[in-house]
Design a protein around this ligand. Structure first.
Ligand SMILES: [Mn+2]
Length: 271
C-alpha cells in the first residue's frame, strides 16, 4: 500500500523551505491527522530534539506513523558532510547521521541523506570523493539494517550537489555497495530538473526506491506546477511501490492550503 505523509520542520534556525508545517509539532500532527494522511516526516535539529516516548504518545494519539527523519541539520547547523576532505568532519557527519538513524529506528522510520552527502569540492578528486560517500553508506546502511530499518540516499539536482543527480546513477552506485540496506529517494522536484522522463526513471529505480518526495516542478504541492503526474503515478503503481509519498513542498500559498492540495492530489492519483 502506498502511504501519504506531510513534512514538519522543527529547526529554529530555518524559517522557509520545502516543508508543509512549521515549528509546532502537536498542532501540525493534529492537522495532518485530520486531513487523513498516514504519517509525518520530521526535520529536527538533532537526534535528541524530541523525546522518544513523548513522540510515541503523540503518534498514537493522532493515529500517525513516522515516515522518515531528515538529517540536513547536520550540514545547515554544523557544516558537516559525508564527503568533506577533512576526515574529522566526515567522522562527525557519520556520527550525526548514525544518531539520527537510531532516533528514526525507534519508530521503524529510515533516515534520509540529502544535503549531508556534500559535493566534490574544487581541487578534489571525484573518484576519491565518491569513495568517501560509499564508505559512509556502507557503515550507515549496516547500522540501519541492524536496527531493523534502512537508510535512504537522495540524488539531488545539479544546483544542490555534483555527486549523483539521476536515478540511474543512484542505482549504479548502490549496486556496487556491499550493504543492501540503502534505498533511493525519488524526489519528483529534483527529477523534474534532471531526468529526461520521470516515469521511465521511476521504473529504472524500481525496487531500489524506498521513499518519494511529492512536489511539483516548482517545488509547490503537486497540482500547482507543470509536472505531468498521470504517467508518473502510473509508474509508481507499476513498480508496486509500497512506502511513503511525502510532501516535501513549499507551504504555498500557506501550510493549510498546501496540505489540502497535497492530500487532494495524493487521493486523485493513488487511491
Ligand atoms: Mn527531497
Amino acid at each position: 500500500m502506498i502511504k501519504s505523509s506531510t513534512t514538519i520542520a522543527l529547526v529554529p534556525q530555518i524559517n522557509y523551505g520545502p516543508w508543509i508545517y512549521w515549528h509546532d509539532l502537536e498542532k501540525s500532527m493534529e492537522k495532518t491527522s485530520n486531513l487523513g494522511f498516514d504519517a509525518i516526516e520530521l526535520f529536527t535539529p538533532a537526534s535528541d530534539t524530541l523525546e522518544v516516548e513523548n513522540l510515541k504518545q503523540l503518534l498514537q494519539k493522532f493515529d500517525l506513523e513516522l515516515s522518515a527523519v531528515g538529517t540536513g541539520a547536520g550540514k545547515v547547523i554544523h557544516g558537516l558532510t559525508l564527503t568533506d576532505p577533512d576526515s574529522e568532519i566526515r567522522k562527525k557527519a557519520i556520527s550525526f547521521i548514525s544518531d539520527m538513524i537510531s532516533f528514526g529506528a525507534a519508530f521503524g522510520a529510515p533516515a534520509i541523506i540529502g544535503s549531508m552527502q556534500g559535493n566534490v569540492l574544487p581541487g578534489n578528486d571525484r573518484e576519491l570523493t565518491l569513495s568517501w560517500l560509499a564508505e559512509a553508506l556502507e557503515i550507515l546502511g549496516e547500522k540501519a539494517g541492524k536496527l531493523g530499518t534502512f537508510l535512504i540516499y537522495e540524488p539531488l539536482n545539479r544546483y544542490e550537489t555534483n555527486l549523483l543527480n539521476t536515478m540511474k546513477s543512484g542505482v549504479e552506485f548502490l549496486e556496487k555497495l556491499n550493504t543492501k540496506r540503502v534505498k533511493l529517494l525519488a524526489d519528483l522536484f529534483h527529477m523534474n530538473i534532471e531526468e529526461a522522463d520521470i516515469a521511465e526513471s521511476i521504473r529504472i529505480g524500481a525496487s531500489h526506491i524506498g521513499h518519494i518526495h511529492f512536489a511539483d516542478s516548482n517545488r509547490k504541492p503537486i497540482g500547482m506546477g507543470h509536472t505531468e503526474m498521470t504517467s508518473v503515478a502510473s509508474a509508481i503503481k507499476e513498480i508496486n511501490y509500497s512506502h511513503y509519498i511525502s510532501a516535501e513542498a513549499f507551504p504555498e500559498p500557506n501550510s493549510d492550503e498546501a496540505a489540502q492540495k497535497t492530500i487532494d492530489s495524493f487521493n486523485k492519483y493513488f487511491l
